[in-house]
Design a binder for this molecule. Structure first.
Ligand code: ZN
Ligand code: ZN
Length: 266
C-alpha cells in the first residue's frame, strides 16, 4: 500500500516522522513536547487521535520526550526495545510493546518495520526499514557514529531514505563546542558528518532510490546548503529527489517510490 512520509521536524531540539497509508498512521520517534506534537500534526491536518502507534529509535529526549504523554492523551500504542523502555522508566507490559533487533515488528495494520542496530553513545539505537506491503521499502536512520555493513546492506535498494547528516567537519572543528564534546560527536558513538553521509549515499544510491531526506542537521555545526552540496558533490548519476528536513516545521512529504515531493503550504 502506498506510503507517505512527512518529517514533522528534525534536529537536536526534536525529531518525529509521520508515516501514513490509507489504513494506518505511525510516528517514528516523538521528540517534541505533547503540545508541540499536536500542533505539528494539526498543521498537516492530522488528528492526533488517528495515530495508531509510536515507535522509538532510542531513549534520548530529542527522540522520545513526548512519547509517554502522547500515548496517554491519545491512547496510542507505543513500541520500543527493552533498553530504551528501561531508560525511559516505562513498564514493559502496560506502557510499551518491546521489539527485538532484526525481528520484523508489525507496528500497525499494513505497516511493518525491521529495526537495525546502529552504534550510538550509551543508547541501544536502531534505524528502521519500513515495509507497507508493496515492493518498495523506506528507511529512517539517525544518530549513528559510523555506518555498519549490516545497515548498508539494508539501505541498498530502499525507495526512500531519510538519513542524518549531522555536522560539517570544518564547522565542528572550528566551532564553539569544547574538545570533549567535539570528539564525542565525531566519534563512533556520535553522529554522521556530511561527508560520511555523502560517502554512504554514494555507495548505496541507485535507480531504485527515488527520494532522500537529509535530517538531524546540527544548528551550530551545519547548514542545509552544506549538507546538500556535500551529497550532490559525492553522488554521481543519481536523479532522485534530495531534500533537507529542518527543525521547526513540516515542509514536504514524499510518497515512497515517487521522485517528487509534495510541498506543505505554511
Ligand atoms: Zn541520540
Ligand atoms: Zn538525536
Amino acid at each position: 500500500m502506498a506510503l507517505e512520509i512527512t518529517h514533522l521536524g528534525s534536529g537536536s531540539r526534536g525529531n518525529a516522522t509521520l508515516l501514513q497509508t490509507e489504513e494506518a498512521k505511525v510516528l517514528v520517534d516523538c521528540g517534541f513536547s505533547g503540545r508541540q506534537m499536536e500542533r505539528r500534526l494539526e498543521q498537516i491536518n492530522v488528528d492526533p487521535k488517528s495515530i495508531d502507534a509510536i515507535i522509538l529509535s532510542h531513549h534520548h529526549s530529542d527522540h522520545a520526550q513526548g512519547a509517554d504523554i502522547f500515548r496517554r492523551r491519545h491512547e496510542t500504542k507505543l513500541f520500543a526495545n527493552f533498553t530504551t523502555c528501561a531508560h525511559l522508566g516505562y513498564d514493559p507490559v502496560n506502557q510499551c510493546r518491546i521489539f527485538d533487533a532484526l525481528e520484523r515488528v508489525q507496528v500497525a495494520p499494513g505497516i511493518s518495520m525491521l529495526p537495525v542496530p546502529v552504534p550510538h553513545d550509551g543508547a541501544d539505537n536502531v534505524g528502521f526499514i519500513i515495509n507497507s506491503g508493496s515492493n518498495e521499502r523506506a528507511a529512517i536512520v539517525t544518530d549513528l557514529g559510523e555506518p555498519t555493513d549490516e545497515l548498508m546492506h539494508h539501505l541498498k535498494g530502499c525507495a526512500h531514505i531519510s538519513i542524518e547528516s549531522n555536522y560539517d567537519v570544518k564547522k565542528l572543528a572550528f566551532g564553539p563546542y569544547p574538545p570533549s564534546l567535539k570528539s564525542r560527536i565525531s566519534g563512533r558513538g556520535g553522529h554522521l558528518s556530511n561527508q560520511q553521509t555523502a560517502d554512504m549515499l554514494a555507495e548505496i544510491l541507485g535507480p531504485e532510490t527515488k527520494s532522500v531526506v537529509l535530517c538531524h542537521l546540527s544548528e551550530k555545526n551545519n547548514a542545509p546548503h552544506l549538507a546538500e552540496s556535500e551529497t550532490l558533490f559525492r553522488v554521481e548519476n543519481w536523479e532522485g529527489d534530495l531534500r533537507v528536513s529542518t527543525q521547526d516545521v513540516p515542509e514536504f512529504s514524499h510518497w515512497v517510490g515517487q521522485s517528487e515531493a509534495e510541498l506543505i503550504s505554511q
